[in-house]
Every structure is written in C-alpha cells, then in structure tokens.
Design a binder for this molecule. Structure first.
Ligand code: ADP
Ligand code: ZN
Length: 438
C-alpha cells in the first residue's frame, strides 16, 4: 500500500491526545456544556420536564438526555436556545434551508475562534501552508461554507481569495493569474468546473497550479472523488459539517483518505438506530448524533443530524486518535422509495461517476404514471459521443441502465443528454425532483 504523506500537526497536543485523556476531557466539557445549556430557555424547559438535572458523572449518562431535532431550533426561533446574553454574541449563521425554514445558530467570539482553530487544524493536516493561494468557492453569507473556512485559512497564513460560488469564468481567470493552489468547493460545482475547463481546452495539470480541493457540503461518492482527482490533477479531501455544529470542519479527511476524523475534543459523537433511537455498537451504520463540547453561545445536546454513516474500525495510521466516520451515505430524508425499494441518490451517483462516457451532471425525476412509480435518470454524456452514431448512444444507454439496475434493483428510464443540458449548480445540488409529491 502507498504510504500517505504526513504533513504534521497543527495542534499536536489535542490531535494526539491519548484515548483516556480524551475521555476525561470530554466528560469535563460535557459537564460544562450541560450547565451552560441549562441557561437557555429551551433546554431548561426540556430537561426539567424530563426530570433531568445537569449533573452527570460519566459520558454514558448522555444517553438519558432527549435528542434535539431541527424542529426544536425552528420552534425556539430566534433566541430560545441562547445560553448567553446578546451582548456576548458576535456572529449569526443560518442553515442553507435544504429542508424547510432556516434555523439560526449564534456564536460568541470564543466560539468563532474555536471554529477557526478547528479549520486550521483540518487544512494544516492535509498540507496547506503559507504560500498557498486558497480560493474559497463556497457561498459567503448566512451559509457556513464560505466564512467557515475563511478564518481558519487566514489563521494558518494562506492567501485567501474569497471568491464565493458561481461566475466560473472569473474563477478560472483567478486560477491562472493568481496561481491558486487550493480550492474549497462543493462536489457538484467541481464537476461543472471540470466540464467548463474541458470545454475551453484548459489542461489543469499543465496550465494551473491547483493541488488540493477541499470538498463538502453535500454527499458524494468515492467514484466522484477519483474522477475529479483525475480530471483536475489534484487531491480531494472530504470536509463534513452542519450549521448546528458550527459548519464545515466537524470531521475532515486526513492524508490517509480512509474516513474523516471527527474532532472529538469539540463534539461528542454517537451513532443511533434512526428508527428506535438506540445507540448502536461501534461499526454499525446509523444516524450520527452530535453534542457540542465547547460552544458557549448556543450549546446543542444530542443533535440528530439525519446523516447516515458509521465509525471506521481501528486506529488511523496518521497518529490522530479521534475516531473516523465513513463518508456520509446520505441523509435519512434523502432516501426515496420507488416500487417499494429504498434508494439513495448516492447509489446512483456512484454508478454514474464510474462510467467513462458520463460527463458531469445528472438529474433524477420520480413520477407516478397510471398509479405506477417511475424513475428517470437524465445523464450528461461527453460531447464526443454525440456524433450522430445512434447505435453507440443506444449501447451507452443500455450499459447505464443495466449497471444502475444491478445496484438499485428498479429499472430506470435513462435519457442521455449533451453536457450543459441540465442546469449546473454552484451551491448545494438538487439531484432529485419528486413529481409524485407536487
Ligand atoms: P441544511 O441542513 O439546510 O442543508 P447545512 O448547511 O447545515 O444546512 O447542511 C449540513 C448538511 O450538509 C449535513 O447535515 C449533511 O447532510 C450535508 N453535508 C455537509 N458536508 C457533507 C459531506 N462532506 N458529505 C456529505 N454530506 C455533507
Ligand atoms: Zn488519519
């Protein structure tokens, strides 16, 4: 096996802490967090109703506490979950609202500093250093993707280009003129970027200095990672987070690329059975539940992320003891059911991105016709296959259909379209249109 490069540690004391020390740190921080949460109107009511007190003497006791869900944040809009007065707050973020109304998360100065420090830890881990030009191609604003990485990158001393998302020609112009070495981008936007580069005849390996892509905010498969690494001549690192837990930087891949280290000095992680709410044994797939361990402004206890993953077994070769999670399979609410079969968009993506003729974008449409569910997958195919050779196109179509069927069981209707037909997304992609619900 190829040895992964080692780039050193931003915060060796915390990253290489022993498991015993980590547990006692977590217990101490959890005790402080519970005391702090009690100061919020929301938790005071919720916990006293459940007959709980903030006093705990072991980490396992967290399991007695009720979960917090997105709806709780909506119900306590805008200030119900604050544990400090407004005068101590310096920043507000809101979730991107993928599902329903936005939810607000408030931060104190210390919260923002801690977040920036975590991001610095992540970027340093994969080799980002002063001298690197970091083009942040995530949306700035209420969404945490832009500002979230910004301050951590500055903390290391990278030259930060706060480009935001979209305006792809300009982004490429910056790559060329400023010599961008690192980008932060969603996988769907990166696929589109690769398409635009190919169309203008740009060869990243020769013409550009890009070497790293930090990629997150939405699920993507290993196949997509490999495809993008090849197309753009760089290394892709997965970055996971959610606004309720700050945003990006909750878990991040190290150079070994064998799962994402979840920073357990800042977050207490559990994996539960989404149906029963029971904590699952280590290694089983389930829903990730997170508790903030160091947040002052708005601590959140046992937050149900709805993201499905599992802990990777064993210790990572990089020397960090923080447990790793597998790349997120999808959200429990992303899953759709067709003819009684449960399907995740990520299963379809994995198949498509492994097929060489496929370009970068696809769209899934669900319909009900004469009482029967149908699943249509529109797939962009590389332009070179649209030469008028219908036989060849038919073969590609059949190949895609068969490979999809072997994974998702249902036979999809596959439509091949030219690159650029499906509207590109520069932020979070919407991959599924469910017309059955309209
Ligand atoms: P919203 O919940 O409105 O989408 P967020 O911006 O907080 O708002 O989105 C967080 C969610 O994005 C996560 O819960 C997860 O579903 C998804 N996500 C973030 N990073 C990744 C990643 N690296 N892989 C898969 N999913 C991710
Ligand atoms: Zn590692």
């Amino acid at each position: 096996m190829k040895m992964a490069p080692a780039y050193g540690f931003w915060d060796p004391e915390r990253e290489k802490i022993t498991p015993e020390k980590l547990r006692s740190w977590q217990l101490e921080k959890l005790q402080e967090t519970l005391e702090c949460a009690w100061r919020s109107a929301f938790y005071q009511q919720k916990f006293s109703q459940a007959g709980l007190t903030p006093k705990i003497s072991s980490l396992e006791e967290i399991q007695r506490f009720p979960f917090t869900v997105k709806e709780d944040l909506r119900q306590s809009y805008p200030f119900g979950m604050l544990a400090v007065p407004l005068t101590q707050l310096v920043r507000l973020h809101a979730s991107s609202g993928t599902t329903g109304k936005s939810t607000l998360v408030f931060h104190t100065r210390k919260d923002i500093e801690n977040w920036a420090d975590l991001i610095a830890r992540c970027l340093y881990m994969v080799g980002a250093r002063p001298g690197d030009v970091f083009q942040n191609m995530m949306t700035y604003g209420l969404f945490t993707g832009g500002l979230g990485l910004h301050y951590g990158a500055e903390k290391i001393g990278l030259l930060v280009v706060p480009a935001g998302s979209g305006n792809t020609q300009k982004q490429i112009e910056f790559f060329r003129d400023i010599g961008t070495t690192i980008i932060h981008i969603t996988p769907s936007y990166c696929l589109y970027l690769a398409q635009v580069m190919a169309e203008i005849g740009l060869s990243p390996g020769k013409d550009l200095k890009l070497r790293l892509a930090i990629m997150g905010a939405e699920p993507y498969s290993e196949a997509t990672r490999k495809k993008l690494e090849k197309l753009l001549h760089l290394t892709v690192y997965n970055c996971y987070g959610l606004s309720e837990m700050n945003g990006p930087g909750v878990a991040f891949e190290c150079p070994c690329q064998q799962g994402l280290h979840l920073w357990e000095d800042h977050f207490l992680a559990e994996i539960i059975d989404p149906e029963t709410g029971q904590v699952l044994p280590e290694g089983k797939e389930g829903e990730l539940v997170l508790t903030t361990l160091q947040r002052e402004g708005m601590p959140i206890i046992r937050y149900r992320t709805r993201d499905l993953t599992r802990f990777v077994k064993g210790r990572c070769q990089c020397g960090r003891i923080h447990r790793r999670i597998e790349r997120i399979k999808g959200r429990s609410d992303d899953m759709f059911i067709v003819k009684g079969v449960n399907i995740f968009p990520s299963q379809i993506e994995t198949v498509l991105m492994d097929i060489p003729e496929v370009d970068s974008n696809f769209l899934i449409t669900l319909q009900r016709e004469k009482g029967l569910d149908s699943l249509t997958v529109q797939v962009e195919i590389k332009r070179e296959y649209f030469t008028g050779d219908l036989h060849q196109l038919r073969e590609i179509q059949e190949k895609i259909s068969e490979q999809l069927k072997s994974v998702i069981i249902v036979t999809p209707r596959v439509e091949l379209v030219e690159p650029g037909t499906i509207p590109p997304s520069t932020g979070k992609a919407k991959r599924v249109i469910d017309k059955r619900r309209l």
